[in-house]
Ligand binder design. Structure first.
Ligand SMILES: [Cu+2]
Length: 375
C-alpha cells in the first residue's frame, strides 16, 4: 500500500511562514532581563590576554576572564573562581571588551536568556547583567560559549563553587561564614544526615587542561561559519576548513601550571599539604579535550559529580557516595566535575597521577604527577 500525500492548498505570500533560523546569534547588551533584587553581585570582563609560561621560558598566549573588582588577584589562569552561597540570587555584570562573547554558567541552569549559550539566545556586545540563582551547592564551571571549542581552549573558563550555608553544629565554630575561603576550612554538601554538610579542613582544586599550541595562534572567529541571515542555509557558508576538528595537545596543564609533553616534572602548585587527621576536600574540573584518569595514593570517598551530591535528597537519594581504594582510578572527560573527601591518618608523601588519553585511540599521551604531603 502506498501513502498518498494530501495536496496542500495554495498559501498566499503574506500568510507564508518566514524562516527565522538562528545561524548568527544576535548581539545584545544592557541590564538584567526581568530583574529581581540580587543578594550577590559579581563582575567579569573578557577577554584579557596573559601568557602561560613553560619551564624553559617559552610563553603560550592565553585568553582569560578577569575580575575587574580585584586589582590584585583578578587576572589568573584558570580564570578567577566564582564563589556564591546556596540560595543566592546573583547579578553578574559581564563586559565583552573585544568583539562578542558570552558566559555560560555550566550546570547552574539559569533561564534560557541568562544561560549564555549564544546560539540559543545572544552574544554580548558591550556589557550585560546575567541573573541567576545558585540553588544547588557543588562544583560548577563558567566559560565563554562563542566559537566554543577555541575560546574554551584559549582559557576563557574558571571554577564556579556554590557553598552550602553553615550548619548549626559544634564544629562550625572555627569556620568563617560562606562563601568559604579558598583552601579551607569550610563545609561541603555531602551525604551526612541530618545536615548533609561535611566539614573539611583543607580544600584543593585540580583543573587538568591540555593545549594544542597551534590553536593558540588563531583569531577570535577562526573557521566560524559565514553569517548570511538572508540565506541561512546556503551550502557555500558551511565551510569545512580549519583545524578545530584536529586536536594534538603538546602541553599539559594542572591548575595553571604547564609542562611540555616530554617533561614529567611533578606539578608543585596542585600538591596538597595537610596534617594527619585532617579532612581534605578535593574538587576537580576537567578542562581537557582528552579522557583522564585520576589516581590518588590514599583511599577517598567520591561524594558528588557534576554538582550533584550522591545520596542527598531530594535528587540524590537513589545514589550513594562511592569509596575508592588508594590508586583506584576515577575516569573523567571534558567539563566533568567532582568532589572527593580524603582523610589521611598517617604522615607521608602520597603520589597522585592524572593520565591524559587520546579521545579516539585511547593512547596515553601524558601522565601528570603530583602528591599529597601529610605531616
Ligand atoms: Cu569568547
Amino acid at each position: 500500500m502506498t501513502i498518498r500525500n494530501i495536496p496542500l492548498r495554495t498559501v498566499s505570500p503574506d500568510e507564508f511562514p518566514v524562516l527565522n533560523k538562528h545561524v548568527c546569534p544576535p548581539t545584545f547588551s544592557g541590564d538584567a532581563i526581568d530583574p529581581v533584587n540580587p543578594t550577590r553581585r559579581i563582575a567579569r570582563n573578557l577577554l584579557v590576554n596573559i601568557d602561560l609560561e613553560l619551564r624553559d621560558g617559552m610563553k603560550i598566549p592565553l585568553w582569560i576572564l578577569e575580575d575587574p573588582d580585584d586589582p590584585v588577584g583578578g587576572r589568573v589562569f584558570p580564570s578567577k573562581t566564582i564563589r556564591t552561597v546556596e540560595g543566592e540570587i546573583v547579578h553578574a555584570r559581564v563586559g565583552a571588551h573585544t568583539n562578542t562573547h558570552t558566559i555560560h554558567w555550566h550546570g547552574i541552569e539559569p533561564t534560557p536568556m541568562n544561560d549564555g549559550v549564544g546560539k540559543h539566545s545572544f552574544e554580548i556586545s558591550g556589557n550585560f547583567v546575567y541573573q541567576f540563582a545558585t540553588n544547588q551547592a557543588g562544583t560548577f564551571l563558567y566559560h565563554c560559549h562563542k566559537n566554543t571549542a577555541l575560546h574554551f581552549e584559549l582559557g576563557l573558563y574558571g571554577a564556579f563553587i556554590v557553598d552550602p550555608k553553615k550548619p548549626d553544629v559544634p564544629e562550625a565554630r572555627d569556620v568563617p561564614d560562606p562563601p568559604y575561603p579558598p583552601g579551607g576550612p569550610g563545609f561541603v554538601r555531602a551525604f551526612n544526615p541530618p545536615t548533609h554538610c561535611v566539614k573539611y579542613d583543607v580544600e584543593a582544586l585540580w583543573v587538568p587542561d591540555d593545549i594544542d599550541t597551534r590553536w593558540h595562534t588563531l583569531g577570535h572567529d577562526a573557521f566560524m561559519q559565514k553569517c548570511d541571515p538572508g540565506n541561512p542555509l546556503s551550502p557555500a557558508n558551511f565551510t569545512r576548513d580549519g583545524i578545530l576538528n584536529d586536536f594534538r595537545p603538546d602541553v599539559f596543564v594542572l591548575s595553571g601550571e604547564a609542562r611540555r609533553i616530554d617533561d614529567d616534572t611533578p606539578f608543585e602548585k596542585a600538591a596538597i599539604h595537610c596534617k594527619a587527621g585532617q579532612t581534605i576536600l578535593l574538587r576537580f574540573i576537567d578542562a581537557t579535550y582528552t579522557v583522564n584518569e585520576i589516581r590518588i595514593g590514599l583511599p577517598l570517598q567520591f561524594i558528588a559529580e557534576d554538582g550533584y551530591p550522591f545520596g542527598v535528597p531530594p535528587r540524590g537519594q537513589y545514589s550513594h557516595p562511592v569509596e575508592r581504594a588508594a590508586g583506584e582510578p576515577i575516569r573523567i572527560t571534558a567539563a566533568m566535575r567532582g568532589d572527593a573527601l580524603i582523610r589521611p591518618t598517617t604522615p607521608g608523601r602520597f603520589p597522585c597521577t592524572i593520565d591524559f588519553f587520546h579521545w579516539i585511540t585511547g593512547k596515553r599521551l601524558y601522565r601528570a604527577t603530583t602528591f599529597i604531603n601529610v605531616t
